[in-house]
Design a protein around this ligand. Structure first.
Ligand code: 76R
Length: 251
């Protein structure tokens, strides 16, 4: 027990060393607007240390970064740590700290918050909410993430449609989305040139079936029916770091 505690203390000291090196030696990697986002999907390794994981998450929050933690269902991952920061170095240091705390990274997605070009006309307040969202939204524990792109092949190429045609399709998309007002919060983060798909889709819903219903409903929108391609879907429940670690068995 004493040995374990000492191990934790050493690891936490190690995090401080990495973090203070980063702060002293490296210029911030900050987007022109908005935030960097990582979705980190972890499994609990045999050496995982609860205190060290909690310390890494609270350090990030103390620096002003946003953290969403979720207990995931199924074999793909035990937990998700979604983190948003003005400085991509801080996201890197968080990832390092969680790996040193004994979590094993099984998948990840890198993206940036953005205002869609089709939302250029929305009120400033809405744009700010897209660029600087406050997460997690209250009372929406059902959580889902998947990456998606718009098709660009012979059968359908979103990128050869002119802007007005794309805008009309996105208007149809937005209208079917608004039917879920109050039940669901979507966060679309851009990842063209950053990760394997063009967007990360993060959904927070009141109930798990809201997730299924919104994605099913949108399958019929032309923007999705003809043009959307999807990556791996991840599903879980948002909870505090303490609750997540307990429910995935990291006691
Ligand atoms: O920002 C806004 O709310 C304005 C309207 C809007 C835009 C511009 C909007 C509304 N979305 C926009 C952009 Mn969306 N969205 C998805 C998915 O599963 C699928 O078929 C697609 C995954 C869901 C579930 C969803 C939900 N949306 C986008 C974009 C970027 C396109 C671009 O820039 O080219 C993607 C990839 C995307 C995908 N969307 C809404 C929703 C919901 C629920 C809404 C209504 C939100 C609200 O009114 O609060």
């Amino acid at each position: 027990m004493v040995g374990e505690r000492t191990g934790t203390a050493l690891r936490i000291d190690g995090h401080h060393a990495v973090r203070s090196y980063t702060q002293r030696m490296l210029a911030p990697a900050t987007p022109g607007e908005g935030l960097g986002v990582v979705h980190l999907f972890w499994s609990v390794g045999p050496l995982a240390d609860r205190d060290a994981v909690l310390a890494a998450l609270s350090t990030a929050q103390e620096q002003g970064d946003q953290i969403v933690t979720a207990s995931m269902l199924g074999h793909k991952a035990d937990l998700c740590v979604m983190a948003l920061s003005v400085d991509l170095w801080r996201l890197r240091v968080l990832q390092t700290a969680l790996a040193q705390a004994g979590l094993e990274l099984v998948d990840s997605y890198v993206s940036l918050t953005e205002v869609s070009e089709y939302a250029a006309g929305v009120p400033d307040e809405m744009k700010q909410a897209r660029l600087y969202p406050e997460l997690p939204p209250p009372e929406k524990p059902a959580f889902c993430f998947y990456p998606m792109s718009k098709r660009r092949n012979g059968d359908g190429n979103w990128f050869t449609l002119d802007f007005e045609a794309r805008k009309a399709l996105m208007y149809e998309h937005g209208a079917s989305g608004r039917a879920f007002a109050g039940r669901l919060v979507q966060l679309i983060t851009g990842s063209t040139g950053v990760d394997d798909f063009e967007w990360g889709v993060t959904l927070f819903a009141q109930r798990p079936d809201d997730l299924k219903e919104v994605v099913y409903t949108m399958r019929f929108d032309e923007a999705s029916a003809i043009y959307a391609e999807f990556g791996t879907f991840y599903t879980g429940m948002v909870a505090t770091p303490d609750e997540v670690l307990t429910t995935v068995g990291l006691l």
